[in-house]
Design a protein around this ligand. Sequence first.
Ligand code: 3VV
Ligand code: FAD
Length: 669
Amino acid sequence: MSTAVNPDLLQERNRATFDPSQLTYFLYDGAEKTKRKRYIQNLAIQELSRMGMKQYATLSREEQYKQALQKHAYYVQTQQRLGLTDPHEKEHLFQAVLPCEASPLTLHKSAFVNTFAMLASEEQKRKWLPLMKEFRMVGTYVQTEMGHGSFLRGLETTATYDPRTQEFVLHCPTISSIKFWPGGLGKTSNSCVVMAQLISNGQKLGMHSFLVQIRDLDTHQPLSGVTVGDIGNKFGYHGNDNGFLKLDNVRIPRENMLMRHSQILPDGTYVKPKNDRLMYGGMTSLRAGIVGVVSQRISMAVTIAVRYSAVRRQSEIQPGGGEVQVLDFQTQQFRLFPQIAVAYATTIASRSISDYYQRVSAQIEKGDLQELPMLHALSAGLKAYCGWICMDGVEVCRLACGGHGYSQASGLPKIYVDTTPACTYEGENFVLMLQTARYLIKCCRKVAEGEALPEVMNFLKVNPGEKSRLDAQLFMPQLIQAYRHRAGRIAQEVSQKLQAAISKGVNAGQAWNSNSVQLINAGKAFSQLYLVQDFAQTVQSFGGKLREVMEALWRLFAVSGILNALGDFMLDGYISSQQAAMLQQRLLDLLSELRPNAVALVDAFDFPDAVLDSALGRWDGQVYEALYDYSLRSKLNEKQVLDAYHKYQRPFMESQWKQNKAAALTSRL
Ligand SMILES: CCCCCCCC/C=C\CCCCCCCC(=O)SCCNC(=O)CCNC(=O)[C@H](O)C(C)(C)COP(=O)(O)OP(=O)(O)OC[C@H]1O[C@@H](n2cnc3c(N)ncnc32)[C@H](O)[C@@H]1OP(=O)(O)O
Ligand SMILES: Cc1cc2nc3c(=O)[nH]c(=O)nc-3n(C[C@H](O)[C@H](O)[C@H](O)COP(=O)(O)OP(=O)(O)OC[C@H]3O[C@@H](n4cnc5c(N)ncnc54)[C@H](O)[C@@H]3O)c2cc1C
């Protein structure tokens, strides 16, 4: 394959008005850490290539599973070999080893060990953490059942305490109570944290967590009373053996209930937790982490689509003027540039929610639970909102690549099927957004009662007759104020509707359901406000040319967000028709302004080609060579005439021939 860089891409890189390495250093915390990231990723990419790893998309389900295990083992061993302790360095390595290739071992650390560490007592941690860390115990987080996932109080699996033997009896009494979906459960895990309804002394005590061994640690055979397996093929995520588990009166010692926050004493007495929401801590941590996962996915997808759009030439703008780069079409810019903005906005939000998570969990460790409701509302809202916009964005990128976007060679289907489950797992997005709305409504009540709010919630003190002062300059404070006003207005309006319904005698549940579409909108508006503010704050920390470009990108994010939900901003007359028309025009101006920097903005993400795994998104832009090479490697091309021709196609053809068969058997027309 040619080693030259495609001249269109070269030209794009030459015409950028800022130095993308400045942005790369921002993303990876400086020049030194960027160098280290590149070292770690290149090492892994070269070693894996020498180990003969195959392209994920060319493998069967079983092969994807096997290769993912092999790669995950390499990931852990390489971490140890290089002595990596920094979580970012581990993440860089992971990205290079398993880019969008669901591994059956992902849940071991992120959900099994982490949840265990959060919910177990010190004594339990001393006993089991070493076994988990050295992979004697390989585990997952087993919560969802066939019949219930969102509604945790509806889970049916029981853990009944037997004081005579000081054991819990774990049991799935019905078909709907079979645990279903947990990652790595089907074939890989020998242990798990199981969420089950605790029953002691005949009392139902709600959902609690238990450490349950499901397979022999040596032979890996399922233990007695355990029925476990893979759930079968899915939309994607094939490297992962999402599984089912049926527990049939399985007995575990009393010490296997995770006892940090609540306990069962030997005689069956229940000791309540200080706050029963602490049980959900593992989910909150993953939700915060998922914002980072989806931001990475959209960053990859938009890198592919923008680079490809710079080398793809199609149609003329001026008759006779020659074919243009498709990136020059306004419609292509309209589709792709907002996705670059989404990629940066969500990346920035993922950092701040992760910092906030760390801060609040440190407070929780010390027994201060004051900020837990805010953390829950924010992590749920951002997980849902970022999940949605990143998933939609990946598909926009795929469609913007035309026919080749539909080929696995583009890398985009692989990214999409890895992004979309983030809207479902760890809390279905609508369900989570309603949790965010629940917090907003509580805050609205506080406003009504004159109580103090956390600083970030002050936007809920809405000035009803307010009019926007936005003009063509698109000043930051005015744009941000538009989002504050809209988020505040929607939340207050739906809060008043709820109050009105309740005072008319409608029960609270009914009132909630009848207003839930608007409640979702309130949650979205709040989450979007968070992204807009956070992105703005980061942009202000940049200087020089980088600041100019990132300010334009931020404006595009803010303006396209308003235009996509124009009704929200205009319904109460906050934004006038003239202002709306001005925003429509300014959006188009921003597209032209950003055009020279589009490639530099995606180059700054610094994804190695092996991570993008895309014929279209290659650094050198040699897309046609790569596509052709990919086709030649299709398994169907291994033989010139396939067995299926002789077995099915030929007999079928012959069955259709009306003329004398012998005559038709001539080999050329
Ligand atoms: C540090 C490491 C980071 C690493 C990051 C790496 C990332 C790795 C990347 C990729 C791998 C990902 C691989 C996939 C993993 C998938 C795993 C799974 O899918 S596990 C299953 C998830 N299942 C759900 O999420 C169920 C959703 N349902 C629920 O959570 C609940 O049922 C909910 C919230 C919908 C309702 O809970 P209610 O029915 O028990 O209770 P109510 O009465 O509604 O709430 C009680 C109070 O508790 C609060 N609450 C609920 N959840 C809370 C929480 N988590 N924290 C704090 N408060 C909470 C509520 O807001 C409410 O508050 P008030 O009473 O209004 O004050
Ligand atoms: C790839 C993948 C990996 C997973 N990994 C794990 C894992 O490791 N461990 C684990 O335990 N689980 C796992 N799950 C399960 C996952 O957490 C659940 O599927 C998820 O929580 C959604 O629950 P559900 O399937 O019951 O959806 P449902 O709740 O049945 O959702 C169906 C519809 O009902 C709506 N709905 C439900 N409740 C409400 C409500 N109160 N208000 C309004 N609408 C509502 C939803 O919005 C949705 O549109 C995984 C799932 C997937 C797809």
